[in-house]
Ligand binder design. Sequence first.
Ligand SMILES: [Zn+2]
Length: 292
Amino acid sequence: MELKRDLAIVLRAIPFEERHRIVSALTENSGLITALARNSIQSRRFGGALEPFSASEWHFSQRPGAELCSLSEAHIRRGYEGLRKDFEKLALASVFNELILKLAPQGEPCPDLFRLHSNALAYLEESDKPGADLALLNFYLAKLLQWNGHQPQLELCLVCQAGLDGLLENGIPETTLSCLPADAGWVCPNCRTEQTRHVRMQGGFQNSLLRVSPRAIRDFQWGLLLPIRKAAAIAQASRQEHQELFRFMEALFVFHVPGFDRQPLRGLRFLDVESSLQPLPVSPPRNQLPLA
Ligand SMILES: [Zn+2]
């Protein structure tokens, strides 16, 4: 059995058989791992290292082929306690954790993803912005799309190749761009037609028209180009514009990112964020089907 050391950020911890905990974490060199922390409920040997968001150096072992590792030690590096003291921050950080649980590879190194996640948690903990920071959520999603290899084309209109810069310079404030999630881009108002395929999928989205402001698309670009902290410092779009951009982000994930379905992220319930995804209808039990 191989003993490993790695940096880990706790994503989820659940009690197991009264005395133990099962902890899922994002690690720098082994991706997403799940470990059994024996006797971690009463004993203090793990300190706060198993609380959600805690970043620690883990010592763990894993039998070949086994899914569950065994955690022997965890030395805390950063507890991110500030995230647990503020409800909005806690809710947003939980959404970040939920995204990592869906997307992180298992058993593979993912240093870029690890850095993104720790930078986002650090920025969120230190931020003094009131309320849920929707722009930060969008920057995080932009970076995940990029990491996944699904970076959209945001510089030019997909049809006439009009540039975003020109639209921003000459545009009237109410100009909106039509988003085409399937094509991972947008079309300008001149190219918007009755046939514009705003959304190709059947149902699923509450709004068949996904429109965003050029300013929000520019922020999206900054989110792809710059570290989260820098993007947040120069973001220009309003909260409402970021709400619209969030719907486009969701659609991009549903269309392009494997492992993503049409279920809205659970953590969104605690944030003042509107999802355009609807849970898929649950079929009624067989005995309740109307008689033909
Ligand atoms: Zn155009």
